[in-house]
Design a protein around this ligand. Structure first.
Ligand SMILES: [Zn+2]
Length: 142
């Protein structure tokens, strides 16, 4: 995607397109247009990255710092029994805007929003399967 077609890059260039709540050198936070519960806020890097896999450490650190600030503010300003923080990658994960963004969303007991395991959690995997998965990751990370 070209950045001039990206709605979040458009918001970065014209802050009047969104309800901005915070801005620093590398990050921007604004209200999501959809408010399932009041307080749903998005945090983006001001530079276009498709998702977290492309992120450099400096921007990543700034993004995490802003995420912490926004999450604290949302938890104080809006009724909640908890907060969900999430980032989606790709259409299978319901990423709707291909510009890295983090959601901060107030939660309430039994609100049925973003139910992680719709049919209840699966049973724990056996240790051998966990070790097989861990070895695949260790091979990439080392
Ligand atoms: Zn963008």
């Amino acid at each position: 995607m070209k950045t001039e077609e990206c709605i979040f890059c458009k918001i970065e260039h014209d802050n009047n397109l969104a309800s901005i709540v915070y801005k620093d050198e590398l990050t921007l936070a604004f209200m999501d247009w959809r408010q399932f519960h009041p307080g749903h806020t998005l945090i983006i890097p001001r530079k276009h990255f498709n998702d977290i896999r492309e992120l450099d450490p400096t921007t990543g650190g700034a993004l995490m710092s802003t995420l912490s600030k926004i999450t604290q503010a949302v938890s104080v300003c809006f009724p909640n029994d908890g907060i969900s923080v999430w980032h989606s990658i790709g259409s299978a994960a319901f990423q709707e805007v291909p510009h890295l963004h983090l959601h901060v969303h107030p939660r309430h007991y039994n609100d049925e929003f973003l139910k992680v395991y719709p049919d209840g959690p699966p049973e724990n995997a056996v240790v051998s399967i966990l070790e097989e998965c861990a070895e695949k990751l260790r091979q990439i990370l080392c």
